[in-house]
Design a binder for this molecule. Structure first.
Ligand code: DVN
Length: 248
């Protein structure tokens, strides 16, 4: 009956709303009412709008509705290390990426957009990251990243990829929306955790010069190279990263 009804109404049985609600309820341990409210505020950012016409500010109400609640001194940024950093944070509850927060968790890897004259959320035919600057997905991640960085305090960390020529990419979300928001005295130090690779080490000008210069000079800066397998292995034992490295 369900399938027939789904086909008749021409609606997928498991759509964006269902996925969002399932993730949200899992994260909030069953706060259905809260999740419905969040979903409603979220949808107001893009529903009924042309899909290249959703600026970052469209998500301001969402960011106000869902403030970050993790300890601000446990912030972990990343660039080009998505799988590894989440492998790490899943075992080490001492740090949080954006995807370990409610909003990031609900929307990670999802695609969504609206259409003029429609009150629906679409998951196909939406603009990709490069198709337009003001796409619903890109604007969300940019806005959420800015809010995530604004929340950071004390010691913050970023996991970068040493197998790249430029582990610090000035056009990345980390560079454009996060690094420049880390300001003293609120933030005291940035730990760069460089996953060891063939192309870069902590002495590379890309880090020592470019990243350092893009960071508030009053914020302390430390860079450590960590072996990929050691990082994962250390997350099983509780040693994690070098002593005093992650500690405020
Ligand atoms: O610190 C993190 C986190 O807090 C976050 O929101 O921003 C930082 C990571 O973004 P980043 O620095 O741009 O790192 P990446 O690895 O270049 O990009 C991370 C993700 O953003 C990609 O996996 C893309 O997501 P997707 O398409 O796999 O769901 C997306 N992204 C960023 N720039 C993109 C892009 N996708 C396509 N083209 C681009 N230019």
């Amino acid at each position: 009956v369900g399938v027939t009804l789904g086909v008749v109404l021409n609606q997928p049985l498991w759509g964006f709303r269902e996925e969002f609600m399932e993730r949200c309820e899992e994260f909030t341990e069953g706060n259905k009412t809260g999740c419905e409210q969040i979903l409603g505020v979220f949808e107001q950012a893009y529903v009924g709008k042309p899909s290249c016409d959703v600026p970052l500010s469209a998500y301001d109400p969402l960011m106000t509705t869902v403030p970050f609640t993790h300890s601000c001194n446990k912030t972990m940024f990343w660039s080009e290390t998505k799988d590894l950093v989440h492998e790490y944070t899943s075992r080490n509850k001492d740090c949080f990426t954006l995807e370990n927060t409610l909003l990031g968790y609900c929307l990670d890897d999802l695609t969504w957009c609206g259409k003029e004259g429609s009150d629906e959320t679409f998951t196909s035919g939406c603009p990709g990251w490069e198709d337009c600057v003001n796409s619903p997905v890109r604007s969300f991640w940019n806005r959420a990243s800015a809010g995530f960085a604004d929340h950071a305090c004390g010691v913050a960390s970023v996991m970068l990829n040493g197998s790249l020529e430029k582990p610090f990419d000035p056009t990345s979300v980390f560079a454009e929306f996060e690094l420049n928001r880390l300001r003293a005295p609120k933030v005291t130090r940035l730990n760069v955790i460089l996953v060891a690779g063939e192309r870069s080490d902590c002495n590379s000008p890309n880090l020592k010069t470019d990243l350092r210069n893009a960071l508030d000079s009053r914020v302390q800066y430390i860079c450590k190279e960590v072996q990929n397998d050691l990082l994962l292995c250390h997350t099983y034992r509780k040693q994690a990263l070098p002593r005093d490295f992650m500690i405020v």
